[in-house]
Design a binder for this molecule. Structure first.
Ligand code: S3P
Length: 433
């Protein structure tokens, strides 16, 4: 069993400013795309967390130079679009689905062999959703259990990859990105269509690297690329998925008034703000500015929340925020009904199962359904101090911590997994105890 962490209840409202660490999705992509160019790229506000370091290690294994100027500043120097080199050993993607799935797309058209492993969680997660479309393009990728699971080997394809027109069965930025990245090495055009638009960081950032994309509704088309042109510098915005924990804490802890600094507010990511506002939250965007991604400071004040309902259409815009939205719903008046969340069953854990198993130890008010949750609210005075397990899922650990801090305290087993996306999380939380 990993570290047990005790979280104390927060007695007064949250006040002051919180600087939100760099976005995980953008950090991964910044190193990958810079590594496909031949000029030096400086990356600032890079998220120095375990998942993004899996990507750094992977790119290093493929011959890309990555220098760490300080914790959050990298200098990346690749060898050009066709310059990746054969790794000398197996690459460990750790806990990171984004590393593994996007890299499969990048490597599908390469002329050398790469084998990936990962931790116990990543080894359970479905990879057929990427391997199947890449195989249709002519890629040769093999994995355990009929090419669905790690370990996975990307073998050089016999002939050049061919573009496809692919209808994705689920909304997933990881799957979409893998296909687009493979499409950059494929003959003809590659089109992906999603049921709903997932986060579009790959599309925005590729355009920033001079790659042409055509967009129509939820479809994106890419053609073969010969060269990518890197910007000199990439500034990574703060991660709204990390800000989410403070958006909820500030909304449910009485007397709170906080400002979350430099948060990315790309509209494919801001579903949590829409849902919290629909619940009655007091959230204000300040100092909105536009870089490659839109950024703002976010002011959050305590508010009386009420229950809400939401489903599949908004799900890709808040896919990682369901654990913390569940916490908000426990404090809201009335019932919250979440549907269309089946994708949560294949995240770092089966999050629908883990939420019902662990959050109900604090207060038995959550019913799991096949593709969602039903939460009975108004539980502020019914919370018990329980020992809950994160199951090594970073977002579950942080949501449990906010649940405990907003209520009567909590003990969290396997608490150290916050290092996957937000290593300073507990440090900031204890500032408010
Ligand atoms: C991510 C996409 C999402 C998200 C994950 C990061 C990305 O996964 O859950 O944390 O960086 O592309 P899916 O696209 O598979 O839903």
């Amino acid at each position: 069993m990993g570290a047990l962490k005790e979280i104390q209840p927060i007695k007064t409202g949250l006040k002051g400013e919180i600087l939100i660490p760099g976005d995980k999705s953008v950090s991964h992509r910044s190193v990958m795309f810079a590594g496909l160019c031949d000029s030096e790229v400086k990356i600032t506000n890079f998220l120095h967390a375990a998942d993004c370091m899996s990507t750094v290690n992977c790119m290093r294994a493929l011959g890309v130079k990555v220098k760490e100027l300080d914790e959050n500043t990298l200098i990346v120097k690749g060898n050009g679009f066709h310059g990746l080199q054969e790794p000398q050993s197996i690459i460990d993607a750790g806990n990171s689905g984004t590393t593994l799935r996007l890299m499969m797309g990048i490597l599908a058209g390469q002329k050398f062999l790469t084998t990936f492993t990962g931790d116990a969680s990543l080894s359970r997660r479905p990879m057929g959703r990427v391997i199947n479309p890449l195989s249709q393009m002519g890629a040769n990728i093999v994995g355990r259990k009929e090419n669905k699971l790690l370990p996975i080997t990307v073998i050089p394809a016999k002939e050049s990859l061919q573009g496809i027109d692919y209808q994705m069965p689920m909304a997933s930025a990881q799957v979409k990105s893998a296909i687009l990245l493979a499409g950059m090495n494929a003959e003809g055009k590659t089109t992906v269509t999603e049921p709903y638009t997932s986060r579009d960081h790959t599309e925005r950032m590729l355009e920033g690297f001079g790659v042409k994309l055509e967009k129509s509704g939820t479809s994106i088309t890419i053609s073969k690329v010969e060269k990518m042109t890197a910007p000199k510098e990439i500034h990574v915005p703060g991660d709204i998925s990390s800000a989410a924990f403070w958006l909820v804490a500030g909304s449910i802890i009485e007397d709170s008034d906080i400002i979350l600094k430099d948060v990315g507010i790309n509209e494919t990511r801001t579903g949590i703000i829409d849902v919290l506002k629909a619940m009655g939250a007091n959230i204000e965007l300040l100092n909105v500015r536009d870089e490659v991604e839109p950024i703002a400071d976010i002011r959050v004040r305590y508010a009386k929340l009420h229950g809400t309902s939401f489903g599949a259409d908004i799900m890709p815009r808040l896919i990682d925020e369901i654990p913390i939205i569940t916490v908000a719903s426990m404090f809201a008046e009335g019932e919250t009904i979440i549907t269309g969340a089946g994708e949560l069953r294949v995240k770092e854990t089966d999050r629908l199962q883990v939420i019902t198993d662990e959050f109900n130890k604090v207060c038995p008010c959550i019913k799991g359904t096949q593709d969602g949750l039903i939460i009975t609210g108004s539980q502020r005075n019914n919370l018990q101090k329980a020992v809950c397990n994160s199951h090594n899922d970073h977002r579950i650990a942080m949501a449990l911590a906010i649940l405990g801090a907003s209520g009567v305290g909590i003990e969290i087993e396997n608490s150290e997994c916050v290092n996957i996306s937000y290593p300073t999380f507990y440090e900031i939380l204890t500032r408010f105890e």
